[in-house]
Design a binder for this molecule. Structure first.
Ligand code: SIN
Length: 306
């Protein structure tokens, strides 16, 4: 069999294969370039960027859990102007699309960051983070209210011409209500899921371990929740989905694709195996060849049986 087609399109972002990185697990890209050839990825999604630099939350900010980690980073980042000055020149050297994850305390913050990145060039799309569980303002507070989620989406859409992918929170009763609201507001794609709100307690000190008490759970433990969310959102809206949540192997990635994801993002697995993305791309291709599938797009949502 000839090489199968691995190329996918997420709301206007052309990817040579369906595998990208989950924001916050891959720095701004160069951090991983001694482990993998970044140009072999489908796309790179970089760390969340805000209008002003942020130092992040009090430490400790990471706790290992069975089959996962809790993080409460708090969107530590150098701010959009620094990203434009120091990282956009690097983005421009890449042959794969770079998607910048953006966050804000207010709707206006999101719009200003989007406008600056749009003007900078070298960026293929924006991932609007309305789902960070580790900040007091913005983040999950926006993503758990369909009306606020729509307002942020519309503001970013009018501030930037770039494709806009909105990152959804699993910490809601009905993820499809938020998906429908942001689709209506003009989103070009969706990414899901962000982390699940959790916490851990040190039984010796009898205190919460994380400096900010609660954090977001990621890793293999969350995969069934994420697959379920992709399944529901695929049925509810007609937007391309980047699926994520505990993807460590090609088999995991294929589950998300069959549930309805057109692309997948690898997150926590990067910390365990910095070459996980490469192994997953190769494994997806192997599966297509072994099963006589000519185009990965044929598998998107195939588990729904239509
Ligand atoms: C963080 O920086 O706290 C994590 C980002 C996120 O969960 O969206």
């Amino acid at each position: 069999m000839n090489k199968p087609n691995l190329a996918v399109n997420i709301g206007g972002v052309d990817m040579q294969n369906p595998v990208t990185t989950a924001s916050g697990t891959f720095g701004f890209g160069p951090e991983y370039s001694r482990y993998i050839d970044i140009n072999e990825l489908g796309a790179v999604v970089v760390k969340g960027t805000t209008l002003h630099p942020r130092e992040g939350n009090a430490t400790p900010r990471i706790v290992e859990t069975p089959s996962g980690i809790l993080n409460s980073i708090g969107l530590q980042n150098p701010g959009v102007d620094y990203v434009i000055e120091h990282y956009v020149p690097y983005f421009k050297t890449l042959r794969v699309p770079v998607i910048v994850n953006i966050s804000g305390d207010t709707v206006e913050d999101y719009a200003k960051v989007a406008e600056k990145l749009d003007a900078a060039g070298g960026i293929a799309g924006l991932e609007v983070n309305i789902s960070c569980p580790n900040v007091k303002k913005g983040g999950m507070a926006f993503g758990s209210d369909p009306a606020m989620a729509a307002e942020v989406t519309a503001a970013v859409k009018s501030a930037a011409k770039l494709p806009v992918v909105v990152k959804l929170s699993p910490n809601v009763t009905d993820i499809t209500a938020v998906a429908e609201a942001v689709a209506e507001a003009g989103a070009d794609g969706l990414s899901l899921i962000n982390t699940l709100l959790g916490m851990a307690i040190d039984i010796n000190s009898r205190r919460p371990i994380l400096g900010s008490v609660m954090g977001g759970l990621s890793g293999p433990a969350v995969k069934p929740v994420a697959v379920r969310a992709v399944w529901q959102v695929y049925k509810a809206v007609q937007l391309p989905i980047i699926g994520m949540g505990g993807i460590s192997t090609a088999e995991d990635a294929l589950e998300f694709i069959l549930a309805g994801a057109s692309a997948v993002a690898v997150g926590t697995a990067n910390f365990v195996n910095p070459r996980a993305t490469m192994d997953i791309i190769a494994g997806i291709e192997r599966y297509l060849i072994d099963n006589g599938v000519k185009d990965v797009n044929e598998l998107v949502g195939a588990a729904h049986g239509n």
